[in-house]
Design a protein around this ligand. Sequence first.
Ligand code: NCD
Length: 302
Amino acid sequence: MKPPHSLLGIRQLTTPQIEAILKLARRMDPKRPPQLLRGKRVVLLFYESSTRTRTSFEFAAKALGATTTLITAASSSIEKGESLIDTGWTITSLEADAIVIRHPNSGAPYLLARHVPVPVVNAGDGMHQHPSQALLDALTIANHKTRLKGLRVVIVGDVYHSRVARSNAELLSRFGAEIVFCGPPNFVPGVSATIAPGVVATHDLNAALQGADVVMSLRVQKERLAGKHHSVEDYIADYQITPQRMKLAKPDAILMHPGPLIRGMELTSEVADGPQACILEQVRNGVKVRMAIMATVLGAAR
Ligand code: NCD
């Protein structure tokens, strides 16, 4: 099997490539890492804020022996108006071996990958894709459930604006999971249509949660609710994940959240810190998955 040159989105990966990354991630030990990337230079090009994604890509690359440099929009020539492609050419002229990019515009990593000779890893582009998050979420689910096939995964919150929801739905439905998008109409439009094979949508959270194996809560920004059909109070009343609502799911259901989480908004602290929550496990798995991703695109996976 040929490993991917870049990691842009879930659709660009074959099923064997996804399986290979997850298998490699399971073997990665961030405390005793193999020096697969010794001498490699990885640029972290972040046009958008990030805590866990940026830190875990940095730890992952460094753990494998690479050096990393962070470029953020605010303190670089990006602020002076340099284009993405010119920044990419500058970075590769400095002999970087790979670029990890987060960008507010959907498609930006794809554009960059067409113009630079080195692997490009998408760390989140606009509302579009967040493939490393979907891979770490799949690893987390697989650690708790025997198989992905047939699992009921309910993704609750601002699905419309969420690259996490899109990437997860694509990856998990590929492996036979049933995906239910749930939220108010402005967050989950078009409930009548089947979005993709294995993906359905509803506005009824209580119905969605019945028999759920995985409940994935997404961040909800107050600004996105302003002036729309739902007020903050309505959102909390209808969609907040609470201990009572978790009882509708299967007794062994797990609760996930990609972070950053807003306590008291999309979920209560009781649930976020409760026994079903896997939120910090997701963060830990992020380092292992990103080690596997970097080793894969840099041709060092073995
Ligand atoms: C998410 C993101 O930035 O896409 N966070 C993450 O990377 N773990 C989700 C969000 O910002 O709500």
